[in-house]
Design a protein around this ligand. Structure first.
Ligand code: AMP
Length: 402
């Protein structure tokens, strides 16, 4: 077991923050349309830790990335609209915005902070040193708030970036915010010592993205259900006809290996037994169910079939812990969405501890209107997969233990 999967890190609750200059790394990576915030879920989610710090008299310097500006100032990716939204959501608070992350504006405004004030820095990825993990950039950031570092950006925890890794290394104490604490409580805690049966449902586009997590889960879970385009590489590895479906030929050996280790560990690994097929992804009119596991020549599988969806739903209802990552089909198109929606509803109805990760499965759960019936929706797709695969995440390595 890796060190971070054991938990037990200091949180904001465990330290004195009054009168302290606190660096707060957030994930405010919201979708923007022409400078308008399309969905402020991440800003709302960040409020809990920010408010706690402000109410307890800290001076907060908040930092986030937004999009991929690649080390250059891209005005369309400015955090200014986010600062404005924060101002609305924190009425009565002095919320300032620095026109740079390190530079004259950040330096001046950080000096002016009083207890209970918040300063949001400009998009940290405008700095070329952020993604390269530059120590000099980290030093400049540290000067803005040298007393305490709080990490509440789980979605960035797998990146060895300056504000996630080099910077916290400069502090005596590095503590978790409430969001990160909750992510760890589920992904490391509840999934680390799961109530059994423990089921993992994995789907999505590519086997290659999920090989490490599949390998790690293949002997930890009691059952593994595979769907999405990924399933066809597994079916091909078993010598079953996949028609013209997406198969990653170079991943067939990995698929075989995963099936073998699941078999040796006594894990029940299920592949779709029926499918929704069509001639092409835009042939929604021609979509139909076939009751066989083999897909005819010229046809492509775009969703698990109704029998498979019911089977996976039944396994979900019997499990005590369920992890789901990746849609069961091309759920963006109504003709290929039924498998994913059926599963989302089964997750909602299940009495198990249910954890959903990955942007697409999270979107599916929300589209099915059952987001509030899932025990935990992870905010970090990539980070959650790496954590579950047993990788040491840079952002977690630097946390201070209790
Ligand atoms: P991922 O990012 O790996 O979780 O993959 C999500 C994407 O996989 C979604 O955009 C789905 O449309 C796509 N997907 C799921 N099933 C299939 C399939 N059978 N064929 C092609 N694409 C699929």
């Amino acid at each position: 077991m890796t060190s971070h999967s054991m938990g037990g890190f200091l949180s904001v609750r465990d330290v004195e923050v009054r009168g302290q200059k606190v660096f707060l790394r957030l994930d405010l990576n919201v979708p923007l349309d022409d400078g308008r915030i399309r969905d402020d879920t991440r800003i709302q989610a960040a409020l809990k830790t920010a408010s706690f710090l402000l109410e307890h008299g800290a001076m907060v310097v908040a930092c986030s990335h937004l999009g991929r500006p690649k080390g250059k100032c891209v005005p369309a990716l400015s955090l200014a609209p986010v600062a404005e939204r924060l101002r609305q959501l924190l009425p009565g608070r002095n919320v300032r915005f620095a026109a740079d992350a390190v530079g004259p504006s950040a330096a001046r405004l950080s000096k002016e902070l009083k207890p209970g004030d918040l300063l949001l820095l400009e998009n940290i990825r405008f700095e070329p040193g952020e993604t390269s993990g530059d120590v000099e950039l980290a030093r400049e950031l540290w000067k803005l708030a040298p007393d305490l570092y709080v990490n509440d950006a789980f979605g960035a925890a797998h990146r060895p970036h300056a504000s996630v890794f080099a910077l916290p290394n400069l502090y005596k104490k590095v503590v978790t915010g409430f969001l990160l604490e909750r992510e760890l409580a589920y992904l490391a805690g509840k999934l680390g010592t799961p109530e059994r049966p423990y089921l993992a449902i994995l789907g999505g586009a590519k086997v290659s993205d999920k090989v490490p997590v599949l390998k790690a889960l293949a002997d930890k879970v009691d059952a593994l259900c595979i769907g999405g385009a990924m399933a066809y590489t597994f079916l091909a590895a078993r010598g079953i006809g996949t028609g013209a479906s997406l198969v990653e030929k170079e991943q067939i050996p990995a698929a075989r290996e995963i099936m073998e280790s699941a078999g040796q560990a006594g894990v029940c690994l299920s592949l779709p037994g029926d499918h929704i097929v069509a001639r092409a992804i835009d042939d929604e009119a021609g979509a139909h169910a076939i009751p066989t596991q083999a897909i005819p020549d010229g046809m492509m599988g775009f969703d698990i079939g109704p029998v498979t969806a019911q089977t996976y739903a039944a396994v979900t209802s019997r499990a005590r812990t369920v992890l789901w990552n990746g849609p069961m089909g091309v759920f963006e198109k109504p003709a290929f969405a039924a498998g994913t929606i059926t599963l989302a509803k089964a997750m909602a109805d299940s009495k198990a501890v249910t954890v959903v990760g990955g942007g697409d499965s999270v979107a599916a759960v929300k589209a099915a209107g059952v987001g509030d019936k899932i025990s935990h929706i992870s905010t970090g797709g990539g980070a959650s997969l790496e954590l579950l695969a047993g990788t040491e995440l840079p952002g977690l390595q630097v946390l201070t233990r209790k």
